[in-house]
Design a protein around this ligand. Sequence first.
Ligand SMILES: NC(=O)c1ccc[n+]([C@@H]2O[C@H](COP(=O)([O-])OP(=O)(O)OC[C@H]3O[C@@H](n4cnc5c(N)ncnc54)[C@H](O)[C@@H]3O)[C@@H](O)[C@H]2O)c1
Length: 251
Amino acid sequence: MTSFLNLEGRIALITGSARGIGKAIAETLAARGAKVIIADLEMDLADETASEIADSFDVETLALEVDVADQASAKAMVKSAVKAFGQVDILVNNAGITRDGLVMRMKEKDWDMVIDINLKGAFNCAQALSRSMMKARYGRIINITSVSGLVGQVGQANYSSSKAGLIGLTKALAKEFGSRNITVNAVAPGFIETVLTEELPEEIKEISLKLTPVGKFGSPQDVANAVAFLAAEESSFITGVVLNVDGGMVM
Ligand SMILES: NC(=O)c1ccc[n+]([C@@H]2O[C@H](COP(=O)([O-])OP(=O)(O)OC[C@H]3O[C@@H](n4cnc5c(N)ncnc54)[C@H](O)[C@@H]3O)[C@@H](O)[C@H]2O)c1
């Protein structure tokens, strides 16, 4: 058996991993031997996911409650994670929401909430972990952005801005942390079938499909596979990049 992308001995913290893409990422990292921390707002679901993964992959798991938008909450979560496992080697900033609406009607609270969770949330978690990762001289930070952050979407001024900002954050952190053997990369999913996209109108789904050269929607597993690569030792010479997982939608 190949040991390619082996994560045994690594501790991974994935935000927003109680369900959806985050859960698929946690499962995929656990399948490669990592201990995983399921950090989410929804504690009941996070507990369920953590025990499911522990049973399926025979790895230690931990569920932690966090509101990534709240700096004190992110700090407390990181403190609990480090207390439980000694360190965190891999941080996946996956927690994200949408509050779509045309600019003319967009409420200030919907702008603020999306920016606070999707962009400031990633900053909060990376900052809270930066000291221990620097001390360990090892780290992998992976930010889940979106093709919306690359091209902009009608009705998603808040979401597109947050995800474009996340790409800027990725590159700034890659430069700040690079000399300490900490890589920082972004993964930009296209249309992935999850709860987030389930409720979109059929018309939008059809348009998205037409814009995707491979002619199908992606799965959470497609995103998780890319994250596993960027989380592993083998990607040590890759930092500051945005890896599109979008079936060719944006190129
Ligand atoms: N589904 C897609 O097509 C798609 C496409 C591009 C990018 N993405 C991105 O992928 C990520 C995951 O998306 P998904 O489709 O799995 O969404 P989802 O809604 O299924 O899951 C998001 C998770 O984040 C958690 N969460 C929300 N706010 C939080 C907060 N403040 N603190 C901590 N946890 C919080 C939720 O409880 C939930 O478990 C998001 O960042 C999203 O923007 C998704």
